[in-house]
Design a protein around this ligand. Sequence first.
Ligand SMILES: Cc1cc2nc3c(=O)[nH]c(=O)nc-3n(C[C@H](O)[C@H](O)[C@H](O)COP(=O)(O)O)c2cc1C
Length: 476
Amino acid sequence: MAARDRQKVQYRDLRQYLQLLEQAGLLKRVTAPVDLKHEIGAICARSLDRKGPGLLFENIKGYEGKPLVSNIIYSVEQLAIAFNTDPDIDKIYAIIVDGHRNPLPSITLGTGPCKEEIQYGDQIDLCEIPTPWWHELDGGQYLGTSSGIVTRDADTGILNMGTYRCMIADRKTLTNSGQVYKHLRKYEAKNLPMPIAVVMGMDPLLTLASGSPVPPDSHGNMEYEAAGAWRGNPTELVKCETSDLLVPAHAEVVIEGEILPGTRIAEGPHGEAGGFYGQNLDAFPIRVKCITRRRNPVTYGIIALLEEDYPRWLFRSGSFEASIIKKSGLTSIRKAYFPELGGLTWGGVIIAADIKDPAEPGRIIGAAWKIVPNRWVIVVDDDCDIRNWNDVMWRIVTNVRHDRDLYKGQAVRSEQKTGVPRGGRNPMIDIDNDIPDPTGIDATFRFKFENLPPFNRVSKGLMAKVAARWQELGLP
Ligand SMILES: Cc1cc2nc3c(=O)[nH]c(=O)nc-3n(C[C@H](O)[C@H](O)[C@H](O)COP(=O)(O)O)c2cc1C
C-alpha cells in the first residue's frame, strides 16, 4: 500500500506521541531524582541494552519541572506507533521508501505552538535547558543530539534539515559540526552570516527524517516532505522570527541564530555512534539571537552509542534504495541494507537484485559507489534475506572467486565526496576519511553455474503454513 493511501498517524506533535507510547506501555516516567552529569546517559544506555521502554525523566536535579525524554524511536513497537502501522519492519521499511519517492508538500502557517514564548537578549540562557553530559569523557553538554538543524542553500534557496551535534559553549553560543558546512561554505564565499535554526522536540517522523539523508528533489522537497508522506499529513511550518527559515510549527523549542563567516570554535570530545570519542577544533559557533518555545517544553535527547535511540540502518537503507534506483535507473534492484556493524565508518552495503545478465552486478556496484563511497558493496540475488548475515555470508563463502567476482573501486576522500572537512581528532575518522581500495563483491549465483542444485531452504509458502498452525501445535 502506498504511504499516502494508508491511515494517517494518530498524533500531531511529540507530546501526543509520548501519550500514545505511554498508553501502549512503551514509555516509563522516571520520578526519582537523576543527575544530568553522566547518570542520565548511563541510564539510557543500560535501558537500550535491556530493550527497555522510552524514558521520561521528570525529576532532574536542579531542573525540577523540566522533563527530558529519550529512547523513544528505537524499537519496532515504538516505530509502529510512529508510522501507525504494524510492528513489522518490512511494512515500516516500505513506508519509508515510498515517502522518499512520493514526498508530500508542506504547508506554512501564520504562527504555531512553538511561538508560545519568545525570548530575546538577556532572556536567552541555553543553560536553562536540561542538557546531559551524555558520556563520561564528553567535553561539554550536548544539546542537539536529536534536533533538526535548518539552513537554506545560499544559491538555490532550498532548505535542508539534518541532525548535527551541538554543544553548549556558553549561555548564548552553541557549537555545530559536520555536514552543515555544505551550506555554510556558500555563505562564507559571499562573506555573509548564515542563518540557522536548531529545532528541538519534533514529532518522531521529523526526527527520523532529520537524521537520515533526504536529498532535495527538483521541487526542493526534503526532510519536511518525506516526513509529511510518512505521516499522511503535510508538515506544518512557521517562519523564524529572525530569518526566513521555515521550521516545524509543533516543535517544543526553536533556537534561532547565525554563524558568522570564518568563525571557528573548539568542541568535544563527544562520544560518537561509530564507537569512539571525536573532537572538532574547527567547529562552527552559532550565536543565538532568539529562542521560541512552547510553554513548559519537553526536551528530547539521544545518547550516541553503538546501540542508539535511532534506527540508522533502517533509514539509511530506505533512503539509499530510493536514490540508487532513481539515479541509476537500475530497476533490477529490489532491496538495500546497511548492516549496523561498520555502517558509520563507510563500512558496507548489501544490495539484492533480480539479476538479468552477467554484467548487472558490476553495474550495480558502480552505481552504489556513485552514491556512497562505501568500502564494501555486496550484491546478492533477490532470494537472499539481506538482513540475515548468515544468508549473505553463505553466498559469499560458497561462490565468490577473486578472479571473477571482485571489483576494485577507486579510493575516495570523503571530503572530496561530501565537501565536508572533518577536522576531527578521532583517529578512525582521520584514517577513514580516505576510502582506500573499496571492494565490490558479486555474490550472486544466477548466470554463474550451469547446473546449480536447488537451495536447501524451507520455502516461504510452507513456512507460512506451519506458522499459521503454531498455536494449535502448542509451540511458544
Ligand atoms: C543521532 C544522530 C546524530 C548525528 N550527529 C551528526 C553530527 O554530529 N554531525 C554530522 O555531520 N552528522 C550527524 N548525523 C548524521 C546526519 O544527521 C545525517 O547524515 C543526515 O543525513 C544529514 O542530513 P542531510 O543529508 O540532509 O545533510 C547524526 C545522525 C543521527 C541520527
